[in-house]
Design a protein around this ligand. Structure first.
Ligand code: OAD
Length: 238
């Protein structure tokens, strides 16, 4: 850890699993309960907007009842302490659409797949904070048109913040992936990018991810145990 100043942390559904939020690809996970084509593509939304709006209303409502777990708390602590050091930077890139990193107190978070607690207006293309249902077709608070959709990135759409994320990855000394299956690009490719650019790479996951072979080190177990242990290590030795 001696030469590490810039840390990029990628998180996925596994970090929120112990808060009671369903992952996607586990047995009984979201993609067994629903077809991706129906609820996570622009074509699905065009075909049956009511179904899609109800699906995200349900997920938004559920997330509001969940709390950050010790893994979110530990990353928030690392973010606070690491980012306070001169010339040290940390970025949490999350594929998650919940806000548990922020509620744990993390300040440097990019949601590359969007956010459940946000609405995107398909008329004015503005994003607005949003906690209410959308299936009753409310008006956009910014332009007044009834054309809101969930502000989440669907398959076939461009993830958010990619320029900033690649900018950070290019400077990363350490890349850490937590609770993601490594099944969805571009996030699944970050480990290779970071590694090719000379960063150390570490995976913390319940089981080996699809890209596990690319990591310099893999630690297997629940995020609520592994993440606090790793954060303590980082803050102790550096
Ligand atoms: P997945 O459901 O694909 O993978 C979750 C990963 O977390 C798996 O590798 C699990 O083994 C691991 N996991 C489960 N419980 C864990 C725990 N308690 N501690 C640590 N790890 C645990 O979810 P993601 O990789 O986040 O995108 O999925 C990536 C993207 O696919 C999502 O953002 C979403 C989805 O389709 C879009 O909808 C665009």
């Amino acid at each position: 850890m001696d030469n590490v100043r810039n840390i990029v942390i990628l998180t996925g559904a596994g970090i929120s699993a112990e808060s009671g939020i369903d992952t996607f690809r586990s047995d009984g996970g979201l993609w067994e309960q629903h077809r991706i084509e129906d609820v996570a593509t622009p074509e699905g939304f065009a075909r049956d907007p009511d179904l899609v709006l109800r699906f995200y209303d349900m997920r938004r409502e559920a997330v509001l009842t969940k709390q950050p777990n010790p893994a979110h708390d530990a990353l928030a602590k690392l973010d606070r302490e690491w980012s306070a050091r001169p010339n040290h930077n940390l970025l949490i890139v999350t594929q998650n659409v919940d806000d548990l990193h922020e509620r744990a107190g993390a300040a440097h978070v990019h949601h590359m797949h969007g956010e459940l607690r946000s609405a995107l207006c398909t008329a004015c293309m503005k994003r607005s904070p949003w906690d209410a249902p959308m299936s009753d077709r409310p008006a956009c608070p910014q332009c007044g048109v009834n054309a809101l959709r969930p502000d989440v990135v669907w398959f076939g759409e461009m993830p958010y913040h990619m320029d900033r994320i690649y900018g950070f990855l290019r400077r990363a000394d350490l890349f850490v992936s937590i609770g993601t299956s490594g099944a969805v690009y571009p996030a699944a490719g970050f480990v290779r990018d970071a590694r090719e650019l000379g960063a150390q790479t570490l995976e913390l996951n319940l089981e080996r991810s699809e890209g596990s072979a690319w990591f310099g080190e893999s630690r297997l177990g629940p995020a609520s145990k592994l993440v606090p242990q790793w954060v303590d290590e980082v803050l102790r030795v550096s």
